[in-house]
Design a protein around this ligand. Structure first.
Ligand SMILES: NC(=O)c1ccc[n+]([C@@H]2O[C@H](COP(=O)([O-])OP(=O)(O)OC[C@H]3O[C@@H](n4cnc5c(N)ncnc54)[C@H](O)[C@@H]3O)[C@@H](O)[C@H]2O)c1
Length: 391
């Protein structure tokens, strides 16, 4: 039975996923955000914050003048800071969104924490180096303002639906697979994502999202990781400052959890031909549930015809129950970004953190542990050995 996701029964969650009209905040409250790093994701944050009443982009900083100017055009009232310190001295800021390249996150977190205590939304991966663990421990212990990590995939409407149903449908996940088949890494400022030493490696950079979802869905901690990744097709004919990219574009990773559940990731970044970019399948003693996430409209050329819709497919083990549920994403959210509205819903949550209504749902610990699994997977690929993640 195919059922439209807009039927009220389909939105059991607090977040009314089928509309974007956020719960209003009193007109006196205006939250002022600063964006540090105004590239592709910085712009997506600006567009989504502009959709939320009471949220204002008040300050911007980027070392690249063209990106800074472009962000300024998107947020004309925002003040363009001359430096990170200049921004940190600004009065009246309520939060900073950190969207600089991966290898800069630890440096910027240390810098910010040494000068100001202000709520932070930090882009993924939280950090990239095993040595950054101490920094995360110190922030967890000493930083007196909330820090949310921007692993937002859990907020995609189809994943929210999947998460609401998975326990009752499966009877408890015992077997989980996540497949991402997509296009190559996009072009970035100064090509930081073409090199392991600047991105942290594909299994950290790209896959921390999925390792975060595995921990969230299974509700246990990783025990060991076995992985095999390589650079099969992409970027081999590119060169930057005389260096050929070394970033992997394909990998398999198996993660064993301490409740014995097993999960597998299948990543391929030369698979534009797929119908769905993400296919997540959870199976347990009672049944199976699939979450099928298509390419975002921004990555689906119009001449390809009708784009598949986000879906959740439910099958009971005895095959008596079969449902195929469409979970559409509001077009205004698709226009504001390329992550199926998850950046918007993530900001609604972060707004509630700033209003003191809740604690961050994606914590520093979540951020570190998703990275730790990725680091273990990179190491396992390099050594051929199973690796225990440094939790
Ligand atoms: N959550 C998601 O789904 C998602 C998606 C894409 C990227 N990201 C993350 O967002 C971050 C930014 O990625 P992007 O895609 O926007 O890359 P990008 O290259 O488009 O943007 C990065 C920006 O940071 C600026 N920058 C570099 N060094 C800086 C510094 N020292 N101070 C201030 N600005 C500096 C660059 O000039 C550039 O404008 C990365 O950590 C990436 O992993 C997250």
């Amino acid at each position: 039975m195919v059922r439209s996701g807009c039927d009220p029964l389909c939105s059991p969650l607090a977040l009314n996923l089928s509309t974007i009209d956020a719960e209003p905040i009193d007109s006196m409250t205006s939250l002022r955000y600063a964006i540090v790093g105004c590239g592709m994701m910085g712009h997506e944050h600006i567009r989504n914050l502009q959709l939320i009443e009471g949220c204002e982009v008040a300050a911007l900083f980027d070392t690249d003048s063209a990106m800074a100017a472009s962000a300024q055009r998107s947020a004309p009232v925002a003040r363009l800071a001359a430096s990170l310190d200049d921004l940190l001295e600004m009065d009246g800021l309520d939060a900073i969104v950190l969207a600089t390249p991966n290898f800069r996150h630890a440096e910027h977190l240390r810098h910010i924490a040494s000068r100001r205590t202000i709520p932070l939304l930090v882009e993924k991966p939280l950090v990239t180096d095993p040595g950054d663990r101490e920094l995360i421990d110190a922030l967890e212990r000493d930083y007196a303002a909330p820090i949310q990590v921007a692993m937002e995939y859990r907020y995609m409407p189809p994943l929210q639906r999947f998460l609401a149903e998975v326990e009752s449908i499966t009877g408890g996940i015992r077997h989980l697979s996540i497949r991402e088949h997509r296009f190559p890494f996009l072009k970035k400022v100064d090509h930081w994502n073409r090199f392991n030493d600047r991105s942290g490696g594909t299994l950290v950079e790209k896959c921390c999202h999925f390792f975060d979802l595995m921990r969230l869905m299974i509700g246990a901690e990783p025990r060991r990781v076995m992985a095999s990744g390589w650079q099969a097709v992409n970027h081999l004919d590119e060169a930057y400052d005389g260096r050929t990219p070394d970033i992997w574009d394909a990998a398999f990773a198996i993660v064993e959890f301490d409740d014995d559940t097993r999960a597998m990731l299948d990543l391929c970044m030369f698979a534009e031909g797929a119908d769905y970019q993400e296919e997540i399948v959870a199976v347990g003693p009672a049944g199976r549930i699939d979450c099928l996430v298509p390419f975002a409209p921004s990555h689906w050329p119009n001449d390809l015809g009708v784009r598949p819709q986000p879906r959740v497919v439910i099958r009971s083990r005895d095959r008596r129950k079969r449902e195929d549920i469409l979970v559409p994403v509001d077009a205004r959210l698709d226009d504001a970004g390329s992550h199926h509205g998850s950046t918007y819903f993530q900001h609604l949550k972060f707004r509630d953190v700033l209003l003191g209504k809740q604690a961050p749902e994606v914590t520093l610990r979540d951020g570190w542990r998703a990275v730790a699994i990725g680091i273990a997977a990179q190491e396992s690929s390099a050594t051929g050995m199973a690796v225990e993640p440094l939790l």
